[in-house]
Design a protein around this ligand. Structure first.
Ligand SMILES: Nc1ncnc2c1ncn2[C@@H]1O[C@H](COP(=O)(O)OP(=O)(O)OP(=O)(O)O)[C@@H](O)[C@H]1O
Ligand SMILES: [Mg+2]
Length: 251
């Protein structure tokens, strides 16, 4: 079962140079297979840096990360990343964007069509298959992004504030849809956000980081039952967790 372990990870930008900047210090984490974990922390605490290292976009200056026991080095389709800015190709239709990864790997026409049908439907874009990105709203482009990462069939999805730019209603709908996709696919998700409510609604576990250099300040297990519903956002349990995490981020 794929599981990510982060072991004594420290990262210093410009190490050995005149202006070294340590952004992450002694990070030890375990992401269980199939779980949904969020990482929260104030701006600049190193959340994106940590996620990019898990994607293999660059290496930590100290410590290591493993996926299923294999040291993470370089990018790999087992780890898919959704960036904060949408990364859809403007010159491809919705369908073609979604099947981009499989096509690159030489999937047949039939396989591509099958993947397109499945993921267009899963991310809620049925009827928009042949549209161009410029014809879509921000939320819809985000759906294309998510579908494209899922279509690559990764073991782990790394998501960096994917809904940060969306209005509140669109965001809540996207959260519910993401949970449904996650429930059906059973992939491990690591989700960065600075929206506490979003983190609580989505996660099994919330990792709270302290300000720079980023360290693990607290890990909150969220025991709200699944499937999660919007009404849960108003329960005492939910509000108590929110209050607790809020106080931690304040200090
Ligand atoms: N390539 C880089 N070279 C030098 N410093 C960097 C680089 N990337 C990030 N940093 C610095 O590392 C720190 C952490 O950045 P990071 O983007 O990981 O923060 P973050 O927690 O994701 O913040 P936000 O919530 O604003 O997205 C910041 O001070 C940033 O300036
Ligand atoms: Mg960031």
């Amino acid at each position: 079962m794929p599981e990510i372990l982060v072991d004594k990870l420290t990262h210093t930008f410009g190490k050995g140079g005149p202006n070294p900047l340590t952004v992450l210090e002694d990070i030890n984490l375990k992401f269980e297979s199939g779980s949904f974990c969020s990482i929260v922390g104030t701006s600049g605490c190193g959340k994106s840096t940590l996620l990019k290292m898990m994607a293999g976009l660059f290496e930590p200056s100290d410590g290591q990360m493993t996926l299923d026991g294999d040291i993470i080095r370089g990018t790999d389709r087992r780890r898919g990343m959704v960036f904060q800015q949408d990364a859809v190709f403007p010159w491809m239709t919705v369908s073609r964007n979604i099947s981009y990864g499989p096509r690159l790997r030489g999937a047949s026409r039939e396989e591509q069509a099958e993947i397109e049908t499945k993921w267009v439907d899963m991310v809620g874009l049925k009827g928009f298959e042949d549209r161009w990105p410029r014809e879509l709203s921000g939320g819809m482009r985000k759906r294309v992004d998510i579908g494209r990462v899922y279509a690559n069939d990764p073991d782990v999805l790394l998501m960096d504030e994917p809904f940060g730019a969306l209005d509140a209603q669109t965001k809540e709908r996207m959260q519910a849809d993401l949970l449904e996709t996650w429930r059906q696919s059973k992939k491990t998700v690591i989700f960065v956000t600075h929206d506490l409510e979003e983190a609580i609604f989505l996660s099994d576990k919330i990792i709270v980081m302290s300000a720079r250099p980023g360290r693990i300040r607290h890990i909150e297990e969220v025991s709200l039952p699944r499937p999660r519903t919007d009404e849960m956002r108003l329960t005492d349990e939910f509000i108590q967790i929110k209050r607790k995490l809020w106080a931690m981020l304040e200090h």
